[in-house]
Design a protein around this ligand. Structure first.
Ligand SMILES: *Cc1c(COP(=O)(O)O)cnc(C)c1O
Length: 413
């Protein structure tokens, strides 16, 4: 460096030291878009896949790879690829299923709103047809699958906001009988509750933005595959569509999943307690929580969830099933946040009809059971008594304003 000019030193000084002696206890953020090698032949061999290593961050980055390895291990997959968002991950998983003009995707009618939009607008524009079906009606699903011969079946382990549990094993059997692939969005259940690849799914997708990250500070997605032979297709979707995860986000997500088990344990037990208590309130007409299911729904739950925990989301329907009552309730909350996301370590409450299902027509919402008085609670890790106290005081304020006026008159009289 000594005989170089200042202009050159600005550019090169201090850089490109060899790896330190000692392995970092926590994977560093490799904020490098490219990686330099001694010999050009080494770069060649890495790009060919003959040796492992990194060349260019769209093709792979060490921080991102650490997150991918962790997710493959958690979901019992052969490999995983990370993406810039859950939507980018879904897009890539679908691209990896060899869809073309005229192919059919058989999708659960309870899918996340943007997933529908992705299928209808992005894939629809290229002639891919999407047909929806009730995935909880396995007999009807089988008939539809044999009739339409879809290339892909797409569902969610635990649906939003009605928390329907999909019988993944049955869906995988149907998909494979007709040579289709099964993609499962496991965002709401997380590998803590269910591992769809063990039940026969081909791809698991996550919005890592939710429970995996868990701290409302990172956006990302991931696809985990059951079979090695799907690697070239998924890698192609990743590197050509290019929706890669940044190393900064990968670092946050990798940190997030270290406490996923602890958070889920606490969030599930809080949710179970909350569901039991909320059933006692006269202002709430219905509490939806998987533990409360019976009949076929309970059997699907048994097969799909591997433990005796039921998730960290509780959905309620107000007795006064109107938008006005829902807004009064939401605006009266002091502790629980009016956050549009789920899976954060704080409790977040949304009004699905005007948030997650805003784009769905009122008639379709009604048909799905997403009424104006429906409220989704993503339960956090706070003390459950504080969450309950906040919801109780807010629910009292959402009673009919007419009754409140009468009471006020009564008091002053
Ligand atoms: C949020 C979400 C997505 C989309 O994830 P982004 O990270 O917001 O792109 C997909 N599926 C489900 C079930 C979700 O909740």
């Amino acid at each position: 460096m000594t005989d170089l000019s200042l202009a050159t030193k600005f550019v090169h000084a201090g850089e490109r030291k060899s790896a330190p002696a000692g392995i970092p206890a926590s994977t560093p953020i490799y904020a490098s878009s490219s990686f330099i090698h001694e010999r050009v032949e080494d770069i060649d061999s890495i790009i060919d896949g003959d040796t492992t290593g990194f060349v260019y961050s769209r093709y792979g980055n060490p921080t991102v790879a650490a997150f991918e390895d962790a997710m493959a291990a958690l979901e019992n997959g052969k490999f995983a690829y990370a993406f810039g968002s859950g939507m980018a991950a879904l897009h890539a998983a679908l691209l990896a299923c060899d869809l073309s003009n005229g192919s059919v995707v058989l999708a659960s009618k309870d899918l996340y709103g943007s997933t529908f939009e992705l299928l209808l607008t992005v894939f629809g524009a290229f002639g891919v047809k999407t047909v929806t079906e009730d995935f909880n009606d396995v007999a009807a699903l089988r008939v539809k699958a044999f009739e339409l011969k879809p290339r892909v079946l797409l569902c969610e382990t635990l649906s939003n906001p009605l928390l329907k549990v999909c019988d993944i094993e049955e869906c995988a059997l149907i998909a494979h009988e007709i040579g289709a692939k099964l993609i499962v969005d496991n965002t709401f259940a997380t590998p803590y509750l269910s591992r769809p690849l063990d039940l026969g799914a081909d791809f698991v997708v996550h919005s890592a933005t939710k429970y995996l990250g868990g701290h409302a500070d990172a956006t990302g997605g991931v696809v985990i595959a059951k079979e090695e032979f799907d690697k070239p297709a998924l890698l192609g979707a990743l590197t050509l569509a290019g929706g890669v995860l940044s190393p900064w986000e990968a670092h946050s997500l990798l940190r997030g999943i270290k406490t996923l088990g602890l958070r889920m344990e606490k969030q599930c037990s809080n949710a179970e307690r909350l569901a039991a208590q909320l059933q006692k309130l006269p202002q709430i007409s219905e509490v939806i929580y998987p533990k409360l299911f019976d009949g076929e729904d309970a059997e699907a739950l048994d097969r799909t969830f591997h433990g005796s925990e039921f998730g960290a989301i509780v959905t309620i329907r107000l007795a006064e099933d109107t938008r006005e009552a829902s807004y009064r309730f939401l605006n009266a909350l002091n502790l629980c946040t009016r956050a549009a996301s789920v899976g954060d370590l704080f409790t977040g409450i949304v009004h699905p009809a005007t948030a997650t299902h805003r784009e769905v027509s009122p008639a379709k919402r009604k048909q799905l059971g997403i009424t104006e008085g429906l409220i989704r609670i993503s339960v956090g890790i706070e003390d459950v008594n504080d969450i309950l106290t906040d919801i109780e005081q807010a629910v009292e304020k959402c009673g009919s304003p007419l009754i409140e006026i009468e009471q006020a008159v009564g008091v002053s009289a």
